[in-house]
Design a protein around this ligand. Sequence first.
Ligand code: AP5
Length: 216
Amino acid sequence: MILVLLGPPGAGKGTQAKGLEDRHALVQLSTGDMLRAAVAAGTDLGRKAGDIMDRGELVPDELVIGLIAERMDADGGPKGFILDGFPRTIGQAEALDRLLGERNKTVDRVIVIAVDDDALVARIIGRFTCAGCGEGYHDVFKKPKVADVCDRCGGSEFTRRPDDTEEVVRARLKAYYAQTEPLIGYYEQQGKVASVDGMADIETVEKEIDEALKGV
Ligand code: AP5
């Protein structure tokens, strides 16, 4: 199965992708995580992408398309993958269709996670992530069961993203509405979209997504 998670920053794409990995044996491919790894490693790509990400703008299509093409073959997983944060422009969606077509595959389902802007800002500002396994948490909405210990891997080191400030989140939202939201229409024309209410709690959203994947 090839599943695209589409939604604004903070909608819960990463949170839901991790749950889907566990429940459906799919592999999460997150362009945001790949780009952050490139920045941390100081690669050529990381140097090109870092300042753009800090401003909350989108990294040029050719850079992320190259990244996803590479990882799709290396890390796609036997049962398929979840695309989290890709595609984000019509150009990326067209490139994805091409890349999958060359491999006799197609996007099976696009899950749109809808959340109000004010809730998004609150979610992002309170977010932190396990440095060991990438599991996402929130100061209020999703605390680890034992304080300072990751539920998933038992790690005790957590990080916060430099682009998770209110100012940068507003810029990321602007980029989402201008460049990414039009993808909903693109995939609706292909009859692949299922929308879920991302304002609900995490478990309810999980159930709605699983319902939308029945028969895929
Ligand atoms: P990226 O890393 O993809 O960030 P994003 O799209 O802005 O999304 P987030 O990771 O912030 O949010 P999310 O939807 O995953 O929410 P989460 O599950 O963490 O991209 C970062 C940057 O990289 C971009 O700005 C761009 O510069 C660049 N980039 C990446 N991909 C690119 C591409 N394809 N093209 C060009 N540039 C690209 O949840 C947020 C918080 O809310 C968490 O704390 C979580 O615990 C909590 N939460 C989740 N669900 C719920 C719920 N239902 N109720 C209450 N709390 C919840």
